[in-house]
Design a protein around this ligand. Structure first.
Ligand SMILES: NC(=O)C1=CN([C@@H]2O[C@H](COP(=O)(O)OP(=O)(O)OC[C@H]3O[C@@H](n4cnc5c(N)ncnc54)[C@H](O)[C@@H]3O)[C@@H](O)[C@H]2O)[C@@H](O)CC1
Ligand SMILES: Nc1ncnc2c1ncn2[C@@H]1O[C@H](COP(=O)(O)OP(=O)(O)O)[C@@H](O)[C@H]1O
Length: 524
């Protein structure tokens, strides 16, 4: 579960531009904030505050830990560790059998000024330094790398992190789990980090985007804490973190006594290739899941246009008989594409390719998912010139939402999954800019990006969503959210899409059964 809890003295959370959001700051802005604050404060104040915050959380989290091992790097992240060690040593001074030690595998010869000051404070306090890993520690403090890591970890540091990540000891990570890229969520160590319940991360001064996407959530552990070190920041954020879903609002729908089904917005799903159309491969379930999700989320009327012959249509969806089924050809031949938000591609298979141009030319509000994204490939290719049908969408002020998972995004970008995952915010931004569309790059920490809009990283959702069909549910939710939306500025569209992504993540937040939910369970 994600927790971002201010420590005592942290003050109330700063104002976010929209409810349920917190600002995230990348390395460059975080360093600018740090330098600005340092210029007005007595020397070493920020490191002192950082060390105090680390020691305070360590004591609150593991009050009975008597043997504490701090692993200190060669930069200021290590400095935070040294100063925390000094405070913990003082706190444990009278406890029998207690010991605080620091292991600094890179030595202390070339510490930057702040870290040297913290090191000297630790030595003066009587903290023991050790030359070997603290194998008997009851609490480990990971102060190896923070903001300064932006390249592969090798040599002695790789060995250090491999040792650290193999420990089953409760571990408090200072600022960032060592190995994580603060900007991107990329993991710079050539060994994976196991997700563990007894690991915490205390983010200092700012919350960083990398903590919440890519490998961030898995590496940061059970909870992410935040201490702003008493430094208010109102800089433009690098990205927003969406912490809660403000949608759907069932109570507001009920209060709207004068509403009717036509006022709640229509959604048309196009997809669900029939086995006949798809050489024996049927995917009708995907379109039904999207349609059911849209209905569950409050769309007034939901139509499902199946990629099938009329004779192959089921009479109704027995789970949600309120869905209106028809063939994709009949749906696209009607006035529905102009009126409804069209969600295209869920289970679309190869059969969706034949409809792509029609969809682009006739649907002012279009969500492209799954196979529709694959069909879009030639249009999106980096070398492709923008076809008229795509250009006209923008001229007319029509909007398009793309919801790729990393492989679909890689195909659209002409790259591979590893490159996409190495910088998820960057990949989402590039795709959004290239196609002038709102893009949701799905996966751990889904990123919603749109041209000229600050990206939004979803803080909810977890591994329980990693099962077939949950993406179809998301596509349906996005359709329903957009169908209820009047305004269509890029920022409003992106915010609405991010609302749906957050609501999707919330579907698993309160799931308590030991059995993971299926996509159907999410909207049961
Ligand atoms: N200076 C201050 O007053 C403050 C510093 N803070 C702490 O300082 C951290 C940032 O400190 P730094 O900028 O020194 O950065 P780090 O301490 O994160 O890392 C820098 C050190 O790691 C080395 N390094 C980087 N990548 C490496 C790699 N792949 N392999 C081997 N060595 C590598 C660098 O050569 C340098 O020695 C923050 O994350 C935070 O923990 C904060 O507490 C805020 C206050
Ligand atoms: N580990 C995870 N953490 C958070 N969300 C996840 C995780 N794995 C998958 N998801 C979410 O589940 C959905 C899966 O979508 P997708 O891969 O398109 O599946 P499908 O096409 O089978 O429906 C996306 O919304 C994605 O963000």
């Amino acid at each position: 579960m994600l927790q971002i809890l201010p420590l005592p003295g942290d003050g109330p959370p700063r104002e976010a531009a929209r409810p349920g959001r917190r600002p995230l700051y990348g390395v460059a802005v975080s360093r600018a904030i740090e330098q600005r604050a340092a210029a007005t404060l007595p020397p070493h104040t920020l490191m002192q505050r950082a060390g105090m915050a680390v020691a305070r959380l360590a004591r609150a989290w593991q009050p009975h830990a008597r043997r504490v091992g701090v692993i200190a790097g060669a930069g200021n992240n290590g400095g935070d560790g040294w100063y925390a060690a000094a405070l913990l040593h003082r706190h444990l001074a009278d406890v029998p059998g207690a010991a605080v030690c620091v292991w600094a595998p890179g030595g202390v010869q070339r510490l930057p000024a702040d870290a040297r000051w913290a090191y000297e404070a630790a030595v003066a306090a009587g903290v023991r330094t050790v030359d070997t890993p603290p194998d008997d520690a009851e609490l480990l403090v990971d102060a190896v790398f923070g903001l300064g890591l932006a390249r592969p970890v090798e040599g002695v540091w790789r060995d250090t992190l491999r040792w650290l990540h193999a420990q089953a000891t409760p571990t408090l990570c200072v600022d960032l789990p060592s190995g994580l890229d603060a900007d991107t969520g990329r993991w710079w160590v050539d060994a994976p980090v196991a997700p563990r319940g007894d690991r915490l991360t205390l983010s200092l001064l700012t919350l960083k985007p990398g903590l919440f996407t890519g490998m961030g959530r898995a590496a940061a552990g059970e909870a992410i804490w935040f201490d702003d070190l008493g430094v208010p920041a109102d800089d433009a954020p690098t990205a927003w973190l969406q912490t809660t879903a403000a949608w759907p609002d069932g109570a507001a729908l009920r209060r709207a006594h004068a509403s009717h089904k036509g006022s709640r917005g229509d959604v048309l799903v196009i997809g669900g290739q029939s086995p006949g159309a798809g050489a024996g491969v049927g995917m009708g379930g995907a379109a039904l899941l999207a349609g059911r999700a849209a209905l569950r989320a409050g769309a007034g009327r939901v139509y499902v246009g199946l990629l099938a012959e009329a004779r192959d249509l089921p009479p109704c969806d027995p789970v949600q008989p309120a869905l209106m089924l028809r063939t994709a050809a009949a749906a696209l031949g009607s006035e529905l594409p102009q009126r409804a938000v069209v969600v295209a591609g869920c289970g679309g298979g190869d059969a969706i390719h034949a409809h792509l141009t029609d969809l682009l030319a006739r649907c002012p509000r279009l969500v492209l998912d799954a196979d529709a994204l694959n069909a879009l490939g030639p249009i999106a290719a980096p070398s492709a010139s923008c076809p008229d049908v795509w250009r006209e969408r923008h001229t007319r002020g029509w909007w398009t939402v793309l919801t790729p998972h990393p492989l679909e995004a890689a195909r659209l970008l002409g790259t591979d999954v590893a490159q996409v995952q190495a910088d998820r915010p960057g990949a989402a931004r590039t795709l959004a800019k290239r196609l002038n569309a709102t893009v949701v790059l799905k996966g751990s920490g889904s990123v919603t990006a749109a041209p000229g809009v600050t990206p939004i990283i979803n803080g909810g959702g977890d591994g329980a969503l990693a099962t077939a069909g949950t993406g179809d549910v998301l596509a349906g939710l996005i359709g329903a959210r957009l169908a209820a939306l009047d305004a269509t500025s890029p920022a409003d569209t992106a915010a609405a899409v991010a609302d749906a992504v957050a609501a999707h993540g919330d579907l698993v937040r309160h799931w308590t059964s030991p059995w993971p939910p299926t996509a159907t369970d999410l909207i049961a």
